[in-house]
Design a protein around this ligand. Structure first.
Ligand SMILES: [Zn+2]
Length: 500
């Protein structure tokens, strides 16, 4: 009988098992879908042009968020400012000169250069013909510290065994000949892609493709005062030495453009545990406009990550209101909307690696929100859910808190599909929390899944499920409240040993 009664009680009042705190509930209920929608309608409007890093749309978004933080009474923690300025370096095609036996060649017509590296100074080297760069070929010519000319098979340069072999033999520069015009063209397109618009926090090489010259077979043979047929004959006869080396001189000056951007930070100081800081993040940048095409070209990024940005704003507002009414958090909370996420998590990387405004040792947890405004195909017409990623990776305690708070207040379905770092989508590494996790700071990443409008102009406000967005925002607010107010700080399971 007892069991039956208990079961019945369970079924009727599942929420009352653990008492909800009415104060917390009151502030949570202050988070409304109207406010979320009002703010998102600004951030994801066409006027902001997709909030591409460094664009005026991104700066308009930054100004909007900063004004909001000011209005609700948060402090600007970066020398009294809400903006943390960051300089990024956007790559342009490098400036390349190439001369063979005294003849200057024309880039993109006579040759393609793939890569960015170099200092701009001229390097002069003997150029040796090394067949196809096979082991047999490389046994015939000494290539260490030389420039090497080879025939490239096909147009694949990634993990190409011949290229790797030549590099491993100590060649300083590779000149690869292609015989088909289509291969030359496809490598030319690749050179374009990898040299343009890649952003980086440093002026170093932002990409990993090793420097390489691509030539037509006719051009390469002409370099050697020979013909493709004669070069091939030397290969057949295993007599590569029959082709005399010539002298090449080249210089590569990397091209960069400075891009100025900013994280936007609002700070709410805690009470008796104010030295300890909870960081709540969402990236407010998106991928900007499409360069060409028909119809709507603006990637509004309503879900990605306008939804997370307005959630951070609403959570900030709820905490600020609580503080004004004497219920402020015990720990401090940093609300940080992050820039340059879409170009490689660079805004958060800058914060954690270069310029943490608060000491990382005192940074308790990072709650990161990236896309929480929609349902993916798997969850259409299902109970309210959210993908929870990373909560158990660094702190068992954080995971426990996350679960129990949700059971107590919001009862969302926590889907852990993407929690496995080995999941092919690798989501654990794909948003800003990763830069905190890599510093051993426990994280939770909230996510709604991958949908058909991801990174498209159709990621619009009209597709947002504001009821669901509100529920998820409340869930994160309650979790943040618990982390900021509980007696014991959430700690990572493994702490760095003092011996090292
Ligand atoms: Zn995103």
């Amino acid at each position: 009988m007892l069991i039956r009664i208990l079961l019945c009680w369970f079924a009727v009042v599942p929420f009352s098992l653990v008492a909800q705190n009415p104060t917390v509930l009151r502030y949570g209920n202050g988070i409304t879908s109207k406010e979320l929608k009002d703010n998102l309608s600004v951030l994801a409007s066409d006027v902001l042009e997709g909030r591409g890093t460094g664009t005026r749309g991104q700066k308009m978004a930054a100004a909007f968020i900063a004004s909001y933080f000011e209005e609700i009474g948060l402090k600007g923690p970066v020398n009294d400012s809400y903006f943390q300025p960051i300089t990024l370096y956007s790559s342009k095609a490098p400036e390349v000169h190439l001369e063979v036996s005294g003849d200057e060649l024309t880039p993109n017509k006579d040759f393609i250069f793939i890569g960015s590296g170099g200092t701009g100074e001229t390097i002069q080297l003997p150029l040796h013909f090394a067949g196809k760069g096979t082991e047999v070929d490389l046994n015939q010519v000494e290539v260490r510290d030389k420039a090497v000319l080879i025939f490239l098979e096909g147009a694949s340069i990634r993990n190409n065994p011949a290229l790797q072999q030549v590099r491993n033999s100590g060649a300083k520069m590779i000149f690869a000949m292609v015989e088909k015009e289509e291969d030359f063209k496809s490598l030319s397109a690749l050179a374009d892609v990898i040299s343009r618009g890649r952003m980086s926090l440093t002026m170093g090489t932002p990409y990993t493709v090793t420097n390489l010259f691509i030539l037509h077979a006719a051009t390469g043979s002409r370099f050697m005062k020979s013909s493709p047929e004669r070069l091939k004959k030397a290969m057949e006869e295993n007599d590569l030495k029959a082709i005399n080396p010539v002298t090449v001189a080249y210089s590569v000056k990397p091209g960069f453009k400075e891009v100025k951007t900013e994280n936007v930070l609002g700070f709410l100081e805690g009470s008796d545990k104010k030295e300890e800081v909870l960081v709540i993040t969402a990236h407010y940048d998106h991928i900007g406009k499409r360069n060409s095409g028909e119809g709507d070209l603006i990637n509004n990024g309503a879900d990605d990550d306008g939804s997370g940005t307005v959630a951070v704003m609403a959570i900030a507002s709820a905490f600020a209101k609580a503080k004004q009414e004497g219920k402020g958090p015990r720990r401090s909370i940093l609300f940080m909307t992050v820039t340059a996420e879409e170009v490689g998590l660079l805004g958060s990387q800058y914060y954690t690696n270069t310029q943490p405004v608060f000491p990382l040792e005192k940074t308790v947890v990072n709650l990161n929100i990236d896309m929480i405004g929609r349902s993916d195909p798997k969850h259409q017409n299902q109970a309210p859910y959210v993908y929870v990623i990373g909560s158990d990776k660094l702190s068992t305690e954080l995971h426990r808190v996350s679960e129990s708070v949700n059971k107590k207040y919001t009862n969302l379905v926590f889907d852990y599909t993407y929690n496995d770092p080995a999941h092919p989508e690798r989501l654990y590494y794909r948003s800003d929390h990763w830069n905190f996790a890599s510093k051993n700071i426990p994280v939770i990443f909230y996510f709604d899944g991958i949908h058909e409008n991801y990174h498209k102009p159709s990621d619009e406000v009209s597709k947002i499920d504001f009821d669901l967005l509100t529920k998820r925002t409340k869930c994160i607010f309650y979790t943040a409240w618990e982390i900021a107010n509980r007696e014991n700080r959430i700690m990572p399971d493994v702490q760095p040993s003092n011996q090292n």
